[in-house]
Design a binder for this molecule. Structure first.
Ligand code: GLU
Length: 506
C-alpha cells in the first residue's frame, strides 16, 4: 500500500513550489490507489507563524488536492501535528544514544562561536563531526557519567547524531539515481533538544516510519539531508521499510537563474502563493492566484507541467488525466523556469471551458455591484459571446460593459482619428437605415455597407468605427452588426443620436 505525505512547516504562506510538491504526492498516491497524508512539521517553534497551517489546508483544498489522513481529518496514525506528538520522540533519541549512534552535547552558543572563529583564523570551516567532536563538550569527550551528572543538574543539552568516520552513504533517488556522499562531509546534526523537542530530522524520520510512509517526494533542497536520513533508518534498524526517495527539481526564476522567490513575484507581477496572504507580523499582503482570479485547475495544470511532462505534447489535462499519466520517470532533473505567459495561457484555456452560464454568474455579480438589471438570457448571451476575449474575471466588466450601459464618454484618440466633420450625416443615415430595413444581419449589412458606404465611395473603416464609437465609446468589440442586433434597435438608435449631439463640434 502506497502511503505518501506532504509535510509542510507552518512558517508562512505555502510557496507555489510547495504546492507542486503536494500535487505530485497527490497524483502519485491516487495513481497507486494509496493514501495521502498531511503532516504539520512544527518542531521549530521559533519559526511558527499563526494562521499558516490553516492557510495550507485552505490552499490545497481550493486546488482540489485531497488528503486521506491529516491534521485536519484525523486518521489511524495521528496525531498529525508534530508538536502534538512531542512526548513520543524522546525515547527514539535515547535509543540512538544507547546504541552508540548519538551523544549528548553541552556546548554553549559562545563556545561554538569561538570554535568557528578559531577555525576561520586558520582559513578553515568548523564542522561538528568525527574530527572535531572530541574537542567539544559532549558525552563522548566527557564520559557518560559526567554527562548524566550535568543533565541531572539541569544543564541544557542537545542530542547529536554520531556519523561513523569515512563511510560512503548512498541515497537511491527515484529521479536522480544513486547519490553518494562520504560521512566526512557531513556534520553531527542536532536531533533533539533539552526542551523535549526533536529537530526536523529526528521527527521527520520517526514520523515517516511510524506513519508507514512508503515514498518521500519532496523538494531538491532536502537532498543534502537525505544521507543523514538514510543513516537514521539504519541506526534505528528500520532499513527494510525505509521509504523510497524522490527529490523534485527546483522552481526557478523566469530568467532561470536561481530559485523562485517571493520577491520575484512582486518584481514581475505574478503571485508565488496560491492564496492571498496577510502577514500577521508585518501586515504585508502578498498576492494569491485565487484572488487574482485564476481558476484552481489552471494553476494545477500549469504546476503539473513545471518539472514533469506526460511524454507527449499534451498540455491540457484534467485531474483524472494527470493521475493516469503521472510518472516519476518523466520528472526532470533540471529546475523548471516559471513562465507567466504560460500561466496566463492555461488560465485562458480553462476560462474558455467554463459554461456560458458560469461566466454569466460572474458577470451578474458585476451587474449587481453596479445596480444594473438585465434578463438572465441576455446576460448568458453576452457571456457566451465575449468569453473568448477574457482571461481573468476582473476583465469581465470592462470587456462587456457596453452591452449593459451606453457610453458616458468617447475615447478621444479614436474620435480624433475616425469622427470626421461629415460623420453626423453618415450617422443620421445609419439611424434611417435601422428604422427602415428589417432588423436582421443580412439586411442591415446590405443596406449599410453595400448600398450606402460602398455605393457612395465612403471609407468603410471610418464610418463603421465611428458607429462603434457611438455605440461602444471606443473602437473595440465584436462584429458591429452582431453588436447592434444584440443591444437592440432602439438602444442603438438612442446611442447614435446621443453621439451625434455630443460629437457635433468635431
Ligand atoms: N517540513 C519539511 C518542509 O517544510 C518537509 C521536508 C520533507 O518532506 O521531508 O519542507
Amino acid at each position: 500500500m502506497v502511503r505518501v505525505r506532504f509535510a509542510p512547516s507552518p512558517t508562512g504562506p505555502l510557496h507555489i513550489g510547495g504546492v507542486r510538491t503536494a500535487l505530485y504526492n497527490y497524483l502519485f498516491a491516487r495513481q497507486n490507489g494509496g493514501k495521502m497524508i498531511l503532516r504539520i512539521e512544527d518542531t521549530d517553534q521559533t519559526r511558527f507563524v499563526p494562521g499558516a497551517e490553516q492557510y495550507i489546508i485552505e490552499a490545497l483544498d481550493w486546488l482540489g488536492i485531497e488528503f486521506d489522513e491529516g491534521v485536519h481529518l484525523g486518521g489511524p496514525f495521528g496525531p498529525y501535528r508534530q508538536s502534538d506528538r512531542k512526548p513520543m520522540y524522546r525515547q527514539y533519541a535515547e535509543q540512538l544514544i544507547r546504541d552508540g549512534w548519538a551523544y549528548y552535547a553541552f556546548d554553549k552558543p559562545e563556545a561554538l562561536e569561538a570554535k568557528r572563529k578559531e577555525f576561520e583564523a586558520q582559513k578553515k570551516t568548523f564542522q561538528y563531526d568525527c574530527n572535531t567532536r572530541m574537542q567539544m563538550e559532549n558525552s563522548l569527550s566527557l564520559g557518560m557519567e559526567e554527562a548524566q551528572r550535568r543533565i541531572d543538574a539541569g544543564e541544557p543539552y542537545v542530542v547529536r547524531f554520531q556519523f561513523p568516520d569515512n563511510i560512503d552513504i548512498t541515497v537511491h533517488d527515484m529521479i536522480r539515481g544513486d547519490v553518494t556522499m562520504n560521512s566526512r562531509l557531513l556534520d553531527d546534526k542536532v536531533l533533539f533538544k533539552s526542551d523535549g523537542m526533536p529537530t526536523y530530522h529526528l521527527a521527520n524520520i520517526v514520523d515517516d516510519h511510524t506513519m508507514e510512509i512508503t515514498h518521500v517526494i519532496r523538494g531538491e533542497e532536502w537532498l543534502p539531508s537525505a544521507p543523514l536520513h538514510v543513516m537514521l533508518y539504519k541506526a534505528f534498524g528500520w532499513e527494510d521499510t525505509m521509504p523510497r526517495f524522490a527529490h523534485l527539481p527546483l522552481l526557478l526564476k523566469p530568467e532561470g537563474n536561481g530559485k523562485l522567490s517571493k520577491r520575484d513575484g512582486d518584481r514581475l507581477g505574478f503571485p508565488v502563493f496560491p492564496l492571498e496572504w496577510h502577514d500577521p507580523k508585518s501586515g504585508e499582503v502578498s498576492s494569491g492566484y485565487r484572488e487574482q482570479g485564476y481558476l484552481p485547475h489552471a494553476v494545477v495544470n500549469m504546476l503539473a507541467l513545471m518539472g514533469w511532462n506526460p511524454g507527449t505534447e499534451q498540455e491540457i489535462m484534467t485531474m483524472d488525466e494527470l493521475i493516469k499519466l503521472f510518472n516519476v520517470e518523466h520528472i526532470s532533473k533540471n529546475g523548471a523556469k516559471f513562465n507567466l505567459d504560460k500561466a496566463k495561457w492555461f488560465q485562458h484555456e480553462y476560462f474558455q471551458m467554463l459554461s456560458d452560464e458560469a461566466v454569466a454568474d460572474m458577470l451578474q455579480k458585476e451587474l449587481d455591484a453596479r445596480g444594473i438589471t438585465a434578463s438572465r438570457d441576455y446576460v448568458v448571451k453576452v457571456a457566451g459571446m465575449m468569453k473568448e476575449r477574457i482571461t481573468f474575471p476582473s476583465e469581465l466588466w470592462d470587456t462587456c460593459c457596453y452591452f449593459f450601459a451606453a457610453p458616458t464618454e468617447y475615447n478621444e484618440k479614436d474620435v480624433a482619428k475616425r469622427w470626421t466633420p461629415d460623420m453626423h450625416i453618415h450617422m443620421a443615415k445609419v439611424i434611417e437605415i435601422l428604422n427602415t430595413v428589417p432588423f436582421e444581419h443580412d439586411a442591415i449589412h446590405k443596406a449599410l455597407l453595400d448600398d450606402y458606404i460602398a455605393a457612395n465611395g465612403l471609407n468603410t473603416g471610418k464610418v463603421m468605427n465611428s458607429l462603434r464609437i457611438a455605440v461602444v465609446g471606443r473602437t473595440v468589440g465584436p462584429d458591429m452588426i452582431t453588436l447592434i442586433l444584440t443591444i437592440g434597435k432602439e438602444e442603438t438608435i438612442r446611442r447614435v443620436e446621443r453621439a451625434i449631439e455630443k460629437l457635433k463640434i468635431n
